[in-house]
Design a protein around this ligand. Sequence first.
Ligand SMILES: Nc1ncnc2c1ncn2[C@@H]1O[C@H](COP(=O)(O)OP(=O)(O)OP(=O)(O)O)[C@@H](O)[C@H]1O
Length: 458
Amino acid sequence: MAKTDAKILIVDDQEDILTAGRIFLKQHFTYVRTESNPNRIPYLMQNEHFDVIMLDMNYSVGATSSKEGFDWLKEILERDVNAVVILITAYGDVEIAVKALKEGATDFVLKPWQNEKLLATLLSATQLRKSKNQVQHLMARQQHITQTIEKNYGEFIGVSPAMQKVYQTIEKVGPTDANVLILGENGTGKELAARALHRKSARSTEAFINVDLGAVSETLFESELFGHAKGAYTDAKEDRAGRFETASGGTLFLDEIGNLTLPLQAKLLTALQSRQIIRLGTNKAIPINIRLVSATNMPLHEMVGQGRFRQDLLYRINTVEIQLPPLRERKEDIKLLAEHFLTNYRRKYQKPSLELEAETIQKLTQYHWPGNIRELDHAIERAVIMSDEKALQISDFGFAPAPVKNEPNLDADLTLDALEKLMVQKMLAKYAGNITHAARELGITRTALYRRIEKHGL
Ligand SMILES: Nc1ncnc2c1ncn2[C@@H]1O[C@H](COP(=O)(O)OP(=O)(O)OP(=O)(O)O)[C@@H](O)[C@H]1O
């Protein structure tokens, strides 16, 4: 049988125990080290990573209190919180074994041991160590990913009075657990605001989970939000937690909440009211502890009047409302934002000396920015790519979309690309720049639509 790849340390003052352990375990594990002097434990741990440490409880002649063993257990766990320690106890020391488990030991073996039992205990201990290592690795990776995302969703830029008000509200509301509804057109920074609220909260070290409700289909809604058990439906190949569960302890950001149909609004409301969810295909209620932040570009209050949005759901999600102003209503921020994006893209595209001239800034300020800050961001990126000059010219932007006047003449020499551009323009005009609706009618995702807007310079 192949040996298990693991490093085992046995600490015991009885040489016969060490010899027996070494001879037996070396047949099953790649590395076994024995030590009769517990005082060498710190040195050994400093120099080697052990997957499992087997630890005797008594070292002084005649000692039976196990005090030394408990002290060493504590010391080992202080040096490595993920250490997997198996205690070696004398027959009849059940109370001591139970106390040791409570203090962080993983398991115990009785002296003299039966080889088969010892092997089974050590195999599950090495498995546990492997899982602990994986968890640690995943946590480190998640932290790294979170930091990267936070960097992309960095600082808020803007000095306008409207934005000052937004900052003040975020400062006040962030640290509370209040449910917040963020309203504003596409690209005004709603997700940025939601992330800022999370960062300011006591939950900031926990997850920030984002659900784009505009992109979740009616059939997958429950599975996506509440999770499912294996076999709950054809494609449910394994048990899976939903976004509510994953966000537990942290913040759940429900983007595009105005796009939910009435039946789905009812399901969402039930989960929010009861503060628990039931995974699809099970009947066990799982308590959830989330801070809810929602966002939409739809006029939710009007929609309540029209019977398109449930009033009780609105009350549940809007303890505090934050209204993000469109960019055209805070023109004083355009210059700052443009310069901010220019700094980023100068670096990215290695054009360090590119400048924005006063005349270009003035033109940018006059434009109405239907796609708001996201549009400005993309416009600057495109202009930086296109520019051959020292300063960005307004012609590098080309952002004013030509209105779609006539239906395309399909008999004319129209390329597939030109046709795609026309379709995108038409849908954007039809839905007054509402990306979610235009994307839905085109049958593509919002990201895919943004890519096409970018591609065709719309
Ligand atoms: N005040 C701001 N300062 C700097 N960057 C901003 C600001 N507001 C928004 N942005 C940037 O603009 C882009 C769009 O912002 P965000 O995704 O938060 O908008 P949104 O309102 O959630 O959009 P949508 O409704 O389309 O989902 C992001 O890259 C974001 O970092």
